[in-house]
Design a protein around this ligand. Sequence first.
Ligand SMILES: Cc1cc2nc3c(=O)[nH]c(=O)nc-3n(C[C@H](O)[C@H](O)[C@H](O)COP(=O)(O)OP(=O)(O)OC[C@H]3O[C@@H](n4cnc5c(N)ncnc54)[C@H](O)[C@@H]3O)c2cc1C
Ligand code: FES
Length: 224
Amino acid sequence: MIGPGEYIDPLLLRPFSLADITPPDDKHPNGSLIFFIRVAGKGTNILKRLTVGTSLSVIGPLGLGFPPVADDEKLLVVAGGIGIASVLGLTKKYQGVPLFYGDRTKGRMLNIEWLEMPEDDIHITTDDGSCGKKCGVLEFLESHISQLRESYTGKIKIYACGPHGMYRAMAGMNLNAEVYVSLETPMACGVGTCLGCAVDTVNGLKMVCKDGPVFNLKDIIWDG
Ligand SMILES: Cc1cc2nc3c(=O)[nH]c(=O)nc-3n(C[C@H](O)[C@H](O)[C@H](O)COP(=O)(O)OP(=O)(O)OC[C@H]3O[C@@H](n4cnc5c(N)ncnc54)[C@H](O)[C@@H]3O)c2cc1C
Ligand code: FES
């Protein structure tokens, strides 16, 4: 949870994914925490205008991340939009894993240099075709899985971060895989006390900030 210390409006810190951690160097003797932040409203606009050297209020790390991947499982990583920030660490931890990264248009996407992975492992889609394939990221994922299934019958795990609409669509697809998603529900306290980030699951109400943000997709109950 991050916020500019001296502001009282907005009062609440905002949740962001810790995209990366870099070790100390000459320029940053304490090392760095890397965040990718897309401007959405008041809080992110204030963060955008901060100048170098400003102190921030930070609480974290909070919540639970993606579970470990077993040796006999194939991992596929999916990022929709700014969800790329949440899965960047995974692509470093599990090298050689394919990344499916989609957004509306090229201008909204992260420069692929930040991904630090072989280009052959990165499958990019945009709705308008300005970068990568012109299709939805799930369409691409689905065709990759059906190709993979021609020669591989073992377990497939999918780790995804993106908008709720993407998860709803995934819940309705037959992906023949175990899917974990990182929910980006708006948050207030970030530590499980305000109940503002509750999500309905087959195991009862869960707090995205404390019990998540990562959940098994099949456990989430979608309303409507
Ligand atoms: C676990 C988690 C990790 C996240 N990681 C990142 C990240 O790495 N990078 C990043 O850019 N963003 C991330 N987000 C989303 C980010 O927290 C919101 O964009 C931010 O809180 C918006 O704050 P604001 O004050 O700028 O917008 P507000 O003024 O509060 O809201 C502006 C608009 O954005 C909508 N909004 C607010 N919060 C969210 C949200 N969480 N999801 C969808 N819509 C929202 C509001 O409904 C409103 O329409 C993450 C969210 C969660 C819960
Ligand atoms: S944000 Fe307060 S309980 Fe999750």
